[in-house]
Design a protein around this ligand. Structure first.
Ligand SMILES: Nc1ncnc2c1ncn2[C@@H]1O[C@H](COP(=O)(O)OP(=O)(O)OP(=O)(O)O)[C@@H](O)[C@H]1O
Length: 233
């Protein structure tokens, strides 16, 4: 469904991504793993058009989106949840969701607040609460819920487990598995191998802006050398 190839990106003169390639198949969870500063967020931003790629392709079901504006890429069906939470703190949960609403797509059931509250029961209990009066974990869930209101086919989740308590991390993993059951394709970026293992089908490992390893998550779990070389601190 998503096929990235030969992707390069720069910040000014700094060459950050070199020849990045990855593929997420329809309905799977692919995790992009790497240490701090490896290039995970930049890869997601380049896919989303927030950092313009200097070369390469970003194909969604065959159509090349590289170089398009972020709103065009969003309209093509990619939803992006950045690392930093992006909610409107003065708006309630319901109002935040209304801001994210976009037309449904033929292939997937459209998201409504009620469907989202089945997925995120906490949000349902605080539907009239302003975003600014929610915990970090709740704000993270609301950011994901608001992105889902745009009815994406592919969801990019940048380090969703970061800074969350173990209990909320477990809820986050269940949410991602539920989204997969609903037919969504997910590209997740993570440093946390344990969290990635709860949800991921396949893994791609990035280091210093280059892809170093790709395969099933089970194969990565069995590959102690790759883990030591590219992932341990
Ligand atoms: N706006 C920017 N300007 C210049 N350099 C940047 C900018 N953002 C990130 N970088 C650099 O690009 C490299 C990749 O950063 P990136 O944020 O993609 O890594 P990451 O794997 O997502 O790590 P993290 O877990 O810290 O977010 C790092 O060396 C970082 O210092």
């Amino acid at each position: 469904m998503l096929a990235v190839s030969g992707l390069h990106a720069h910040y000014g003169r700094a060459h950050i991504l070199s020849d990045v390639a990855l593929e997420a198949r329809q309905g799977e969870v692919l995790v992009l793993l790497g240490r701090n500063g490896a290039g995970k967020s930049t890869t997601m931003k380049a896919i989303m058009g927030l950092v313009p790629p200097s070369a390469g392709q970003v194909r969604l079901d065959g159509a090349d989106l590289a170089g398009q504006e972020p709103h065009v890429i969003a309209r093509a069906g990619i939803g992006y949840v950045p690392e930093e939470r992006r909610i409107f703190t003065d708006l309630t949960v319901m109002e935040n969701l209304a801001v994210g609403r976009r037309p449904p797509r033929a292939c997937l059931a459209p998201w409504t607040p009620e469907r989202l509250f089945a997925l995120f029961p906490n949000l349902g209990e605080m539907r009239n609460r302003p975003g600014g009066r929610m915990s970090g974990g709740e704000q993270q869930m609301l950011t994901i819920a608001r992105t889902l209101m745009g009815n994406p086919r592919l969801l990019l989740l940048d380090e969703p487990s970061e800074g969350l308590s173990p209990l909320i991390v477990e809820q986050m993993a269940n949410t991602i598995l539920q989204l997969k059951r609903e037919g969504l394709t997910v590209l997740l970026s993570e440093q946390n191998l344990h969290f990635a293992g709860l949800v991921s089908d396949r893994a791609t490992v990035i280091e210093q802006g280059r892809i170093r390893w790709s395969g099933t998550f089970a194969a990565l779990e069995a590959d102690a050398a790759a883990q030591a070389q590219y992932l341990s601190v």
